[in-house]
Write a protein that binds this ligand. Structure first.
Ligand code: CP
Length: 343
């Protein structure tokens, strides 16, 4: 790619609605350039002196740590606030005031918050770019981008493309923000077949179904696994118990959709790639993605998490406008690194 088709510098990344195919391809083009830095083959200090405000007001392992790691790998420093009770939000401070204050301490902010729309509200008070790390059941745009990046890589490995993909999404499609954002991104491509498998109470929101059908894609909705699915991707999700009004309600659905070697073999093809945004609920009563698939070559869950670093590095470089000068600030790696063959 030669031309820069989309201006990211200074932009917030709040929703996948901001992206078209050209912009996605540019993010992926930059993400691919991050591979040698993520593999520690070399370093770049292009963001030396820059500070990431990493604000996580809801539990997270991958998103929080990979945002921080991505920023560190570009040479920047990370300041974290974790948990609502450890911030002045617990004293009634508004998101706007918090943003005005913290954007004075940071060059860019990544944020997760339990309320839908909260990160966009926060961004109105921020003087620096804000990246949405998940806002309630609404969106998780950086997860959707890393999922799509992974889907593209998996398709390439199987000699196919995203266009023409058949994806089965399984589980809590109502509260699972990752599938909301991913459906919107996939709808930008051609001839996608979405098979949505969920109980009626946890079905995909109407607005997302409208996006899929209005773009002319094929949609199959069912409440149960049945027969053999010719899916390229099986995207399993967790019951988002933190979004239910009562634990009893969440318990009704726990363990309803399990995927193990036997179920996978019965319902999917030998080509079907298994994805999950993680965390998977591995407690016995849920066990939604069994450990007996851990060594299956089609299990892409840890390729997803590794790809998350590349995509988040790309988003930082793009929003801070340094994506074309990373090589000018390279340094050698002085320590011995293990082989990271997965990426
Ligand atoms: N996929 C994801 O958002 O994981 P975390 O909740 O651990 O960030």
């Amino acid at each position: 790619m030669n031309a820069q088709p989309f201006t990211f510098a200074g932009q917030h990344i709040l929703s996948v609605n901001q992206f078209n195919r050209e912009a996605i391809e540019y993010v992926f083009h930059i993400a691919n350039q991050m591979r040698p830095y993520a593999l520690r083959e070399k370093r770049t200090e292009v963001l030396r002196g820059a500070i990431l405000g990493n604000l996580f007001f809801e539990p997270s392992t991958r998103t929080r740590v990979s945002f921080g790691t991505a920023f560190n790998l570009l040479g920047g420093e990370v300041r974290e606030t974790v948990g609502m009770s450890n911030s002045a939000l617990a004293k009634g401070e508004s998101l706007y005031d918090t943003a005005r204050v913290l954007s004075g301490y940071s060059d860019i902010i990544a944020m997760r918050h339990p309320q839908a729309g909260s990160v966009a509200e926060f961004a109105t008070g921020s003087r620096v770019p804000v990246l949405n790390g998940g806002d309630g059941a609404n969106e998780h745009p950086t997860q959707a981008l890393l999922d799509l990046f992974t889907i593209e890589k998996e398709c390439q490995a199987h000699g196919s493309t995203i266009d023409g993909l058949h994806i089965a999404m399984i589980g809590d499609l109502k509260y699972g923000r990752t599938v909301h954002s991913l459906c919107k991104l996939l709808s930008l491509y051609n001839n996608i077949h979405f098979t949505l498998i969920a109980p009626k109470e946890l079905s995909m929101p109407t607005g997302i179904l409208d996006t899929i059908t209005q773009a002319g894609h094929k949609l199959t909705i069912t409440e149960e696994f049945s027969g053999s699915l010719d899916a390229d991707i099986c995207y399993q999700t967790r019951v988002q118990e933190e979004r239910f009004t009562s634990q009893d309600e969440a318990d009704k659905f726990r363990g309803k959709f399990r995927l193990d070697q036997q179920i996978y073999t019965k319902h999917f093809q030998s080509k079907t790639v298994i994805m999950h945004p993680l965390p998977r609920d591995s407690r016995a009563e849920a066990n939604e993605l069994d450990n007996d698939l851990n060594l299956h070559p089609n299990l892409a869950i840890f390729r997803q998490t590794d790809n998350g670093v590349l995509v988040r590095m790309a988003l930082f470089a793009l929003t801070l406008g340094v994506e074309t000068i990373m090589q000018q600030h390279e340094r050698p790696v002085l320590w011995q690194t293990p082989t990271k063959s997965i990426l």
